[in-house]
Design a protein around this ligand. Structure first.
Ligand SMILES: [Zn+2]
Length: 133
């Protein structure tokens, strides 16, 4: 089990994130008045980012959080931070590390019953050309 999953692997954590998702959906509906499904999609994106921020790791500054290798003069480690927590990564490791974190966060939320609502093809096209925020 990854550290990310371990931090939220309990019923209280799942209940909290489910409540956060529902509360955020309600706020989106009050502010923008979209259909429920659209509000849930927006809430999902917000909750996913909040989850990633809250579970951001604080890693050993001498080892890459992705590949586990040390930093060298030609491949030094950079701090990727949120709040007072930093994950130390090689530049080439940042993208795969971020993608893995997103995949793990999506899986962790899904395990709590929070899944991304399906998008309609027409709304995908509209969202690409017209920001909704
Ligand atoms: Zn690395």
């Amino acid at each position: 089990m990854s550290g990310l999953s371990a931090r939220v692997d309990n019923a209280a954590g799942a209940q909290r994130w489910l409540r956060e998702f529902e509360d955020t959906t309600i706020v989106v509906q009050r502010v923008r008045n979209p259909p429920r499904a659209e509000a849930e999609r927006a809430a999902y994106e917000i909750v996913l980012v909040e989850f990633l921020n809250e579970t951001h790791p604080d890693t050993d500054p001498n080892r890459c959080a992705h590949c586990g290798k040390i930093g060298t003069p030609d491949a030094f480690l950079l701090p990727i931070g949120w709040g007072d927590r930093n994950a130390w990564l090689h530049q080439r490791c940042w993208v795969p590390w971020r993608e893995r974190r997103w995949t793990e966060a999506i899986a962790a939320l899904a395990a709590m019953g929070i899944t991304e609502p399906a998008r309609r093809p027409s709304s995908l096209c509209r969202n690409r050309s017209t920001p909704t925020r």
